[in-house]
Structure formats: C-alpha cells, structure tokens
Design a protein around this ligand. Structure first.
Ligand code: AP5
Ligand code: MG
Length: 211
C-alpha cells in the first residue's frame, strides 16, 4: 500500500496519517516531522530548512527529494504526509518509484475551509518530546498545556502564528493545489471531507481504501 495525504495546512493529514498507519501497520513518512527533527538536532539540513519553515515557505525541491528518497527506497508500503508539495516533487517521486517498479496507488485530498484551518492551527499545541499534537479547542491535554504522556510543557509551532498560517495557505493554493489535477487525471485521487470530527474522517479514509 502506497498512499499520499495531500491537503492544506491544518487539514488533519498528520493526525490521520498516524491513526491509519497504526491501524494498517504501515509506516508514515511526514516531511514536516523529518524537517523539524533536523532543526531540533541542528543538522546542516535543519539549519537550511529552518529559514524557510519559519516563514511558511517551501523548502527547495532538491533538498526534499534527497530527504524522501532515503525513506522511500527501503519501504514497500507507506503513507506520505506533506509530500509532494509541488509538481516538480511529484515528478521526482514518480521517477524514484518507477526505478523501483512501484507507483502511488491512492492520493487522499483533504478538503477544508480556510477559516477552519486558521481555527485549528491557532489552537494547536505540540509536545517537544514525543511530538504528539493537541488542540486546546478540539483535543485538549488532561492537564493545561502539559503532555499527557511525557508530562512536559507543550509549545506552539513557530509557523502557527496567524500571519504565517495565512502565508502557508497562500503557498498551498499556488504550489500544491495543482497536484489535485495531476493525480485526478491519473484516476487515483480521492476527495475526503476533512472538516468533520477526526473519527469520521478516519472512517471515510478507511472506506475509500476498501473500494
Ligand atoms: P508540515 O508539518 O507538513 O505542515 P503543514 O502541511 O502545514 O501541515 P500541518 O502539520 O500544519 O497540518 P496537518 O494537515 O498535518 O494537520 P494536523 O493533523 O497537524 O510542514 C511544515 C513546513 O515544513 C512547511 O511549511 C514547509 O516549510 C516544510 N515542508 C514540509 N514538507 C515539505 C515539502 N514536501 N516541500 C517543501 N517544504 C516542506 O492537525 C492540525 C491541528 O488540528 C492539530 O491541533 C490537530 O489536533 C487538529 N485536528 C486535526 N484533525 C482535526 C479534526 N478532524 N477536527 C478538529 N481538529 C483537528
Ligand atoms: Mg502535519
């Protein structure tokens, strides 16, 4: 099984990728998480990526393709969360997979309104230890601002400031949205109503996988 989760920031790609990967026992690869790990460790890649991420801009395609190739090469099944994000990345991924005699089987496009994106992202909190995502409106931790598991203080992602969220939405529309047509033409795009409760979204994805 090789799936892509495509959609604007805050659509719930990461939340659903985690749930589906656990249910189906396939690995999820989140480029956002991989980049944030590199920033945290202070690697060369992290230092380079941080400049773009802070302002909501996309990290250059060549860096992203190198990063993803290492992961994809060694896996037969995977869910890609947040990659590809440009036509160039999608073509690079196609070439990479073709060399391995593989291809993407399904692309899930998470549809959601801009106002809901802003609502979700401005209320997100993240654990610095385990990366768990909380939401003070929809999924609050048991204790205010503290991770249920690691018991450390949660933080707000630097790119979840309202002006950066707006920039990310703009960049999505300009650079990533064209991928909807790219995969639609191939007949592998499935539209998901991502504005519902998380359980309902999971159900819709699982039902689509069974089709
Ligand atoms: P990345 O981390 O991928 O950020 P993003 O796409 O902007 O996605 P988010 O993580 O904000 O949203 P999500 O759809 O995963 O939603 P989530 O489940 O977290 O990328 C960050 C940056 O890295 C980019 O801006 C770029 O700079 C760089 N980058 C990454 N990949 C790249 C690439 N391929 N090329 C170039 N640059 C790249 O949920 C969000 C919140 O909503 C959470 O609080 C959650 O609890 C809540 N929530 C989730 N589902 C629901 C629901 N159904 N109802 C209510 N609340 C919900
Ligand atoms: Mg995410």
């Amino acid at each position: 099984m090789r799936f892509l989760f495509l959609g604007p920031p805050g659509a719930g790609k990461g939340t659903q990728a985690k749930i589906i990967s656990e249910k189906l026992k396939i690995k999820m690869i989140s480029t956002g998480d991989l980049l944030r790990e590199n920033v945290k460790k202070g690697t060369e890649l992290g230092k380079l990526a941080e400049r773009y991420m802070k302002s909501g801009k996309l990290v250059p395609d060549d860096i992203m393709l190198t990063l993803i190739e290492r992961e994809v090469k060694v896996l037969n099944s995977f869910i890609l969360d947040g990659f590809p994000r440009t036509i160039n990345q999608a073509k690079g991924l196609d070439d990479m997979l073709a060399k391995l005699n593989k291809e993407i089987q399904r692309v899930f496009y998470f549809m959601i309104s801009d106002s809901e994106i802003i609502r979700r992202l401005s209320s997100r909190r993240v654990c610095p230890e385990c990366n768990r995502n909380y939401n003070i409106l929809f999924k609050p931790p048991q204790e205010d601002e503290i991770c249920d598991v690691c018991k450390v203080k949660l933080f707000i992602r630097e790119d979840d400031k309202e002006e950066v969220i707006k920039k990310r939405i703009e960049i999505f529309k300009e650079n990533t949205f064209p991928l909807v047509e790219y995969y639609e033409k191939r007949g592998i795009l499935f539209k998901i109503n991502a504005g519902k409760e998380p359980e309902k979204v999971t159900e819709e994805i699982l039902n689509t996988i069974k089709l």
